[in-house]
Design a protein around this ligand. Structure first.
Ligand code: NAP
Ligand code: GDD
Length: 322
């Protein structure tokens, strides 16, 4: 039975990846950081099937100790300070976790067991002020936030350790992927949760920032399968995962509210508080390498994703008030 270590198992992707690896027959070890409250909401249903181990990307010895104790065959580094606006208010912390945290984990692997296969959660946010449309593996990076800058560091240190030490280390450059488990502060969940609250009479408006930004949105469950596929190849290479289709935040609002029989224009208010100091205006993937080499394809369309998220939030909010 292979063993996989997931950092960030309590996050959106970590929870889907853990489910997927369990279904593939893996022993799953999930790294969690110390917290005064329980953060296991997304993995409650599989908590008995996974091993939870304490560790933190800020703490080198905890990472060494995890690799020594569990000797994982595969490590998926999903942990990060992942919310872009927070990266302007906490740029140093973002750099510590999202950038240097990658080096700490790679060092632990290099020192303890360099045969471990390593996945780094790189991001389309690295393309930022895009140099070409659509974006592929060779598109130059131009990050627009401290988060994007930190991810470029994490990406390049992964490439560097692969080339310097011959590690099986790969980066998946993933475009935005969402689900009913998405954090409430990200725009898709903010919209579907907000629309459900309006529908049920708990709110009268939804305050958002830039409605014209465009993203390539897919379903998180599809993307974690792609992460695993990257580590099953003969040679370590980097891959872009995305749908190849782009929509604006406005279009997401329109569809989400319409699914509840509402007109978003009556409820959505633009609020300067949610605009960013520097914006990423347009992201759209060219996922042809992943399709050709991995055989990876997304299975959920934009319309299906919006519907899935709206219905999940309508159910959740209804239960909250019942
Ligand atoms: P998420 O829901 O925000 O989860 C982040 C995870 O990282 C949480 O489990 C969090 O733990 C953990 N974490 C944060 N700082 C840590 C630290 N110092 N030590 C240990 N754990 C720490 O993010 P996600 O959407 O699942 O994304 C997973 C990864 O993919 C992230 O690296 C993100 O930057 C990257 N990515 C995401 C997308 C996307 O669209 N979702 C696209 C491209 C790349 P707590 O529960 O304790 O907070
Ligand atoms: N969060 C948020 N809140 N975003 C808003 C709002 C709002 O009220 N109003 C408009 N937006 C716009 C943002 O300006 C951005 O252009 C877009 O919606 C998407 O924002 P987020 O959902 O916060 O995601 P992100 O694209 O910045 O970052 C996510 O995707 C990256 C991959 O490209 C995160 O998951 C990152 O961790 C990930 O790397």
């Amino acid at each position: 039975m292979p063993t996989a270590l997931i950092t960030g198992i309590t996050g959106q992707d970590g929870s889907y990846l853990a489910e997927f690896l369990l279904s593939q027959g893996y022993q799953v070890v999930g790294m969690v950081r110390r917290s005064s409250t329980v953060t296991f909401e997304r993995i409650q249903h599989i908590q008995d099937a996974v091993t939870i181990a304490q560790g933190d990307l800020h703490d080198q010895s905890s990472l060494v100790s995890l690799i020594e104790t569990y000797r994982p065959d595969e490590v998926y580094n999903l942990a990060a300070q992942s919310f872009v606006p927070t990266s302007w208010s906490q740029p140093v912390l973002t750099g510590e976790a999202t950038a240097l945290g990658v080096t700490r984990l790679l060092e632990a692997i290099r020192l303890v067991n360099p045969k471990t296969r390593f996945y780094q959660a790189s991001s389309s946010e690295m393309f930022g002020k895009v140099r070409e449309v659509p974006q592929r593996e060779t598109t130059p990076f131009y990050p627009r936030s401290p988060y994007g800058v930190a991810k470029v560091y994490g990406h390049m240190i992964t490439v560097n350790y692969r080339e310097s030490y011959d590690l099986f280390a790969v980066s998946g450059i993933l475009f935005n992927h969402e689900s009913p488990r998405r954090g409430l502060e990200f725009v898709t969940r903010k919209i579907t949760y907000g629309a459900a609250r309006i529908k049920l009479g708990l709110a009268t408006e939804l305050r958002l920032g830039n409605l014209e930004a465009r993203r390539d949105w897919g379903f998180a469950g599809d993307y974690v399968r792609g992460m695993w596929m990257m580590l099953q190849q003969d040679a370590p290479e980097d891959y872009v995962l995305g749908t190849g289709v782009t929509h604006s935040v406005r279009e997401f609002c329109e569809l989400a509210f319409a699914h509840l029989g509402l007109d978003y224009r009556q409820y959505v208010v633009q609020d300067p508080r949610f605009f960013r100091p520097a914006e990423v205006d347009l992201l759209v993937a060219d996922p042809s390498k992943a399709r050709q080499k991995l055989g990876w394809q997304p299975t959920i369309s934009f319309e299906e994703l919006v519907k899935m998220m709206v219905e999940a939030d309508l159910k959740r909010v209804s239960q909250e008030i019942a």
